[in-house]
Ligand binder design. Structure first.
Ligand code: ARG
Length: 586
C-alpha cells in the first residue's frame, strides 16, 4: 500500500519535474509546524543553489504546476517553504485504507532476517534491574521488526560459559567435597542436583567475593573453568544441572515481563565453532601470540582513543567473552544468514562490541553488507541519580522489583474504588498487568541510550505518559464497544472528521508508518510510546467531547463506534509492539 508521504511526494515530484527540476526535490515531509500546516515540501530551498534561483521563485513555479486536488491549502511561505493542508476526504481515504488492511498499511521488507541479541542473563546470578532494560527494549524492537516484515530472531545469549561457572563449581566443591560430580574416576549416572535457585543465588556472590582476596581459590576457579570448557565429564553434568535450574527461574521472570526468545542459546553453544575459528585466525595471520595469549589487532590509524587488541585465548587456555561473541557471530551467519545483528546491551560494554565487530570484519566472519550494531542503553537510576538500589543499598533483584510494582498496582486499584467486582484471582492478574505496564512504559518512553529515573509513583499514575493511562484508555474503548454490541448497535464505517480532535487522530494514524520506521531505525521503542500516548490522549478527548452510546442519530453513532474501533485497533498494535498486556477490565 502506498503511504500518504509516498503519495504526496509523488505529486510534488511530478511538479518539480514538470518545471525542469530534479525529482528528488519533491520529497514531502510531516510538518514541523503543525499549527501552520500538516505537511510541507522544502525542495525549493534545497534546490535554490543548484538552479541559481531564489527558493521563493522555485516554490511559486512548482506550486503552479502541482495537482491541487487533494489539498485544502497549498501555500508558499517565505523564504520558500511550501505548506500543505489535506482535504478531509483525503485524510479519511487514507485512514480507511489502513483500517481495511490487515497490515495497517505499513511498508514492509521481505526476505530479510534480523537477529536480536538481548536479555543476556548469567547463569546462577539473579536477574537484577540492569537486566530489565535489555530484556524489554530488545523484545520491543524485535516485535517492531516483525511488524515491519523482518524475520526477527531473538537470542537470549545466556552467560553460561565464563569464569563465573568455574567460580560456582569451585564454591560447590567447597561445600560438597564428597559429591560424585567432582570425582574424576566416577563413570556412572549422576543424581539430579537438589539445590534451589535461592541456594545458587548465594553461591555465586560468595565465590566471587572470595576469589578477589584469595589467589589460590581464584586459581582453582580458573582451572575449573578450563576443565569445564574442555569437557570434563562431571563438571559438564554439574553445569547442565545448574543451567537447568537457572533457566527455569529465568523463564518465569521473563514470562511476567512478556519477554520470550526464539533461541535460548548460550555462550557455551558457541564452543563448537571456536577451534576452527581460532585455527583460521592463526592460519590467515590475523591472530598472533602475545605474552602467552592469542590476540587479534583491531586498532585503526584514525582511532582517537586506545583500542586494545582482542584477546581470543588467554594464556591459561580458556576462552573469554570476546571469543564466545565472535564464535556466536559465526554460528548466526551460518544458521540464520541475517542482514543485521543488533545487540541490546548496557552502554558500558561499547568498547567490547567495537573490538568484536572490528575483529569479525577483519577476519571475514561477516561481510561488509551485514550490519553489526551495538545498541547500548542507559542506566535505571534512583531518585538520587545513582543506579537504582534496594532500600538498604543492595542490588535490586528483578523479581523483587516486579513484586513491588505489582503490590503498588494492587494498592492503587483498591484505592481507586472503581466499583468493579473482581475475584481475588482476577484482581491479582489485573494488578500484574497494571504493574508491568507501569514498569515497562515508564522505562520504554525514555530514549534507549539515556539514563532515567525510576519513579514508581509517577509510573503508576493514571495521568500522563504512563502504562496505566494507556491501559485505562484501551479498556475504556473496549468497554464502549462491548456495551454497543450488547445493545445491538451497528458499528458503522469511518466518517469525515467532524472535529479537530477527530482530524488529529486520523492524521496521526495515517503517519504511523513513518513513526514506526523511525523507531526501528533508532532501534528505540520510545517513539512508539510517545505516539501511543498522543493517540490515547486524543482518544480520551474524543470520548469527553461526544456522547457515543447515547447518540440518537443512528448513522452518527455508527461512525463514532467505527472511530472507537479503529483507534482501539491502532492502540492495541502499539501495545503489542511494546509487549504490554492489556486487561479486560480494570
Ligand atoms: N551476559 C552479559 C552480561 O551480563 C551480557 C551479554 C550481552 N550479549 C552479548 N552477546 N555479549 O554482561
Amino acid at each position: 500500500m502506498k503511504t500518504i508521504i509516498a503519495y504526496l511526494s509523488e505529486i510534488f515530484e511530478k511538479a518539480f519535474v514538470a518545471c525542469g527540476y530534479e525529482k528528488e526535490y519533491g520529497k514531502v515531509t510531516v510538518s514541523n509546524r503543525p499549527d501552520l500546516c500538516q505537511f510541507q515540501c522544502n525542495g525549493a530551498m534545497a534546490g535554490a543553489k543548484r538552479y541559481k534561483k531564489s527558493p521563493l521563485q522555485i516554490a511559486q513555479e512548482v506550486v503552479e504546476h502541482v495537482d491541487k486536488a487533494p489539498f485544502e491549502k497549498v501555500e508558499v511561505v517565505a523564504p520558500g517553504f511550501i505548506n500543505l493542508v489535506l482535504k478531509d476526504e483525503e485524510i479519511l481515504k487514507a485512514a480507511v485504507a489502513i483500517h481495511e488492511d490487515k497490515d495497517f498499511g505499513l511498508n514492509k521488507v521481505s526476505d530479510e532476517t534480523v537477529v536480536v541479541d538481548y536479555g543476556g542473563p548469567n547463569i546462577a546470578k539473579p536477574l537484577h534491574v540492569g537486566h530489565l532494560r535489555s530484556a524489554i527494549i530488545g523484545e520491543s524492537v524485535k516485535r517492531l521488526a516483525k511488524v515491519l516484515g523482518y524475520r526477527a530472531i531473538g537470542d537470549v545469549h545466556l552467560g553460561d560459559w565464563g569464569l563465573q561457572m568455574g567460580l560456582i563449581i569451585t564454591e560447590f566443591a567447597e561445600q560438597n567435597p564428597e559429591s560424585k560430580y567432582l570425582d574424576d574416576r566416577y563413570d556412572g549416572e549422576y543424581e539430579p542436583l537438589a539445590i534451589s535457585m535461592d541456594d545458587l543465588n548465594e553461591i555465586y556472590p560468595r565465590a566471587s567475593k572470595r576469589s578477589k582476596v584469595d589467589e589460590e581459590y581464584m586459581a582453582r576457579a580458573q582451572q575449573a573453568t578450563f576443565d569445564l570448557q574442555h569437557g570434563r565429564r562431571g563438571y559438564m553434568a554439574l553445569w547442565r544441572e545448574i543451567v537447568r535450574i537457572s533457566v527455569a527461574d529465568l523463564k518465569a521472570n521473563y514470562e511476567k515481563l512478556n519477554v520470550s526468545f526464539e533461541y535460548w542459546y548460550g555462550e557455551s553453544d558457541s564452543e563448537k565453532y571456536i577451534p576452527d575459528m581460532i585455527a583460521e585466525f592463526i592460519e590467515k595471520g590475523y591472530a598472533y601470540e602475545s605474552e602467552g595469549a592469542l590476540v587479534v589487532d583491531v586498532a585503526k590509524p584514525e582511532d582517537k582513543a586506545p583500542m586494545p587488541p582482542v584477546l581470543v585465548r588467554k594464556s591459561n587456555g580458556s576462552q573469554i567473552y570476546a571469543t564466545t561473541d565472535l564464535a556466536t557471530i559465526k554460528q548466526r551467519m551460518q544458521d540464520f544468514h541475517p542482514s543485521m545483528i543488533l545487540y541490546f546491551v548496557d552502554n558500558r560494554q561499547g568498547l567490547h562490541f567495537e573490538q568484536v565487530f572490528r575483529c569479525a570484519r577483519k577476519t571475514g566472519l561477516v561481510s561488509e553488507d551485514v550490519v553489526l550494531e551495538f545498541d547500548g542503553f542507559g542506566t535505571m537510576n534512583g531518585k538520587d541519580g545513582k543506579p537504582y538500589k534496594t532500600r538498604d543499598g543492595g542490588v535490586m533483584k528483578l523479581r523483587d522489583l516486579i513484586d513491588n510494582v505489582c503490590a503498588a498496582a494492587l494498592e492503587k486499584m483498591e484505592e481507586a474504588k472503581t466499583g468493579l467486582e473482581l475475584s481475588e484471582e482476577e484482581k491479582k492478574e489485573t494488578a500484574l498487568k497494571v504493574g508491568i505496564s507501569a514498569l515497562k512504559f515508564g522505562d520504554l518512553i525514555n530514549y534507549r541510550a539515556k539514563d532515567y529515573i525510576f519513579d514508581l509513583d509517577k509510573f503508576m499514575s493514571f495521568e500522563g505518559k504512563t502504562g496505566p493511562y494507556m491501559l485505562y484508555t484501551i479498556v475504556r474503548l473496549n468497554s464502549i464497544l462491548t456495551k454497543a454490541k450488547e445493545k445491538g448497535f451497528e458499528i458503522g464505517t469511518l466518517g469525515l472528521p467532524k472535529t479537530d480532535v477527530e482530524r488529529e487522530v486520523l492524521l496521526k494514524t495515517i503517519l504511523m508508518n513513518e513513526v514506526f520506521w523511525q523507531a526501528f531505525s533508532d532501534r528505540a521503542p520510545s517513539g512508539i510510546c510517545e505516539n501511543a500516548y498522543q493517540i490515547a490522549s486524543l482518544a480520551n478527548r474524543f470520548y469527553y467531547e461526544n456522547k457515543i452510546l447515547s447518540e440518537e442519530n443512528e448513522e452518527r453513532r455508527g461512525e463514532l463506534l467505527a472511530f472507537c474501533e479503529y483507534v482501539l485497533r491502532i492502540l492495541k498494535l502499539h501495545m503489542e509492539i511494546l509487549a504490554i498486556d492489556v486487561p479486560e477490565r480494570m
